[in-house]
Write a protein that binds this ligand. Structure first.
Ligand SMILES: Cc1cc2nc3c(=O)[nH]c(=O)nc-3n(C[C@H](O)[C@H](O)[C@H](O)COP(=O)(O)OP(=O)(O)OC[C@H]3O[C@@H](n4cnc5c(N)ncnc54)[C@H](O)[C@@H]3O)c2cc1C
Length: 478
């Protein structure tokens, strides 16, 4: 049996049995062809991009990744890389090409003395939180425990600790990377500093990261948590009061608001079943959870609560509190985002109007207060350039009916267009959808002045743009 794959130049490449056997034998993991009747170990999250790759190398370690990169390189194959599979833009789906699947690489080793965690490139957030919390430590990651550490960190990584401790990428101290030439490099402030700079926000452009070393901080095990559902009809008033709080909240508090229709979830009171709500959420990561609850109290009083889930909570429970709402392979999704220099009344009113005509119940309109520690970093200190805006709005358009694809995407785009009046034009690449848009769409608005340096580093490390299934940076020697 042969397998025919797409090359990066668009041509087709036929791989004979012998070639496949030789490649398979070179791996400690396994090679699986797209027509094998085997479920994928880690399915793509966005249902628009479901389905196996033409050929998948299920890697078990750095050596397997080197083999796969060399194989793809020698035959000019279009290469995809899957960490957590949570790319909303479907960037880790590669139906006609070769996929490096890192789902077998989830190891996390904590060094409590040095407050460091070394994390393999296929770990998901819950893997890291579980291991680090065993020592009362944590590093800032995202808000859903099944999201991949790799894609999230390489794209910056916003989450529940960002106000106190910054982005995920701000806490990266070292990475091990398999580059386009098959070499394995260590990236840190001391070694390959350009690569290290680029990895902190520049996405999957520079190689396959097989391990990340993160700085850890004392967090939990119990933290203060506010989670209050208010009727969506009150969204404009709730968001105004939330804004008053967010503007002065101490840096231990990270807070956001989410507008959507809550599903009829088992175990949740009927009062919120299929109910449009605005959820006001806050996490206080200081050492005293009771004090944290007192600091969070105003978030419980910004409207008429339908349901108040606020309480001191294990940090790991906070980190997985939203999981049930975001199963893999169920929603079709197209997300957009925009940073705001100011959250004006007009912007809130526009969002409130849009919240009324969402195309599907689980379509979300969210506002994130950007953390103090994120804004304390110089925009040119890492590739992640957006360090000044105090707010970010995300338009998370999620639906399930394929017949609605066109209308839902159009709604997402028109909502984004309307918000450009209030935004500063900059976007967050972790929250982007992909639909007939070039993969580099948005990189200029996300990277600003850092794009030039990124282009030069890309040209030095990957002049042929071998790693192109990502928010793509075009190699620009300079
Ligand atoms: C339900 C949900 C919740 C989310 N919550 C947050 C959040 O709280 N905060 C936030 O910042 N973002 C969040 N995101 C966005 C998420 O961080 C990005 O989609 C991210 O790319 C997902 O990473 P992944 O490894 O799971 O993705 P994948 O689909 O596996 O990969 C995405 C991209 O990263 C590259 N990549 C993956 N692994 C590697 C690797 N080891 N080395 C090099 N490149 C690699 C891929 O090639 C691809 O370009 C969320 C997304 C979803 C769907």
């Amino acid at each position: 049996m042969t397998v025919t794959l797409t090359r990066a130049d668009g041509a087709r490449e036929q791989l004979s049995d012998d070639v496949l056997d030789e490649f398979d034998a070179a791996l400690r993991g396994r090679l699986v062809s797209g027509d094998a009747a085997e479920p994928e170990p880690r399915q793509e999250w966005n249902a628009m991009f479901g389905g196996p790759a033409g050929l998948t190398a299920r890697c078990t370690g750095t050596a397997d990744v080197v083999e796969a990169v060399r194989f793809a390189r020698s035959r000019g194959l279009l290469l995809g890389v899957r960490g957590g599979g949570h790319s909303v833009a479907g960037l880790s789906s590669n139906p006609d090409g070769l996929l490096i699947d890192l789902s077998g690489m989830r190891g996390v080793l904590v060094d409590p003395e040095r407050r460091l965690a070394r994390v393999q490139g296929g770990a998901v957030l819950g893997d890291v939180d579980r291991e680090t919390q065993a020592f009362g430590l944590a590093t800032p990651l995202g808000r859903v425990s099944e999201t991949g550490v790799a894609g999230l960190t390489l794209g910056g990584g916003v989450g529940n600790l960002e106000s106190r401790y910054g982005l995920a990428c701000d806490n990266l101290v070292e990475a091990q990377v398999v580059c386009a030439d098959g070499s394995v490099r260590t990236a840190s402030e001391a070694e390959n500093p350009d690569l290290f700079w680029a990895l902190r926000g520049g996405g999957g452009n520079f190689g396959v990261v097989t391990s990340f070393t993160f700085r850890l901080h004392p967090v939990g095990p119990i933290v203060g948590f506010a989670g209050v559902m208010y009727p969506l009809e009150e969204v404009a008033a709730v968001e105004r009061k939330w804004r008053e709080y967010a503007e002065v909240a101490p840096s231990e508090v990270t807070t956001a608001v989410y507008g959507f229709t809550f599903p009829a979830a088992p175990g949740m009171p009927e009062v919120v079943h299929d109910r449009p709500v605005v959820v006001v959420a806050g996490v206080h990561c200081g050492p005293d959870p009771d004090m944290g609850m007192r600091v969070l109290q105003p978030l419980r009083e910004v409207g008429t609560p339908l349901l108040d889930l606020s309480q001191p909570m294990p940090y790991t429970a906070v980190q997985s509190a939203f999981d049930a709402l975001f199963p893999r392979g169920v929603h079709r999704s197209y997300w957009k985002s925009q940073y705001l220099d100011e959250l004006t009344d007009d912007a809130i009113d526009a969002l409130a109007r849009r919240a009324q005509d969402r195309p599907a119940p689980f379509t979300m309109l969210n506002i994130f207060r950007v953390g103090d520690a994120v804004r304390a970093v110089d925009p040119e200190a890492t590739a992640f350039a957006e360090r000044t805006s105090p707010y970010m709005v995300s338009i998370d358009t999620n639906w399930t009916d394929p017949d609605q694809d066109e209308a839902a995407i159009a709604w997402s785009r028109s909502t984004f267009e309307e918000l450009t009046k209030y935004g500063n034009g900059r976007v967050f690449l972790n929250f982007t959808g992909r639909q007939d848009e070039p993969l580099q769409a948005g990189t200029d608005t996300a990277f600003g002045r850092n794009l030039q340096r990124l282009g030069r580093i890309k040209a030095a490390l990957d002049p042929d743009n071998f790693f192109q299934l990502n928010n793509n940076i075009i190699p620009t020697p300079g």
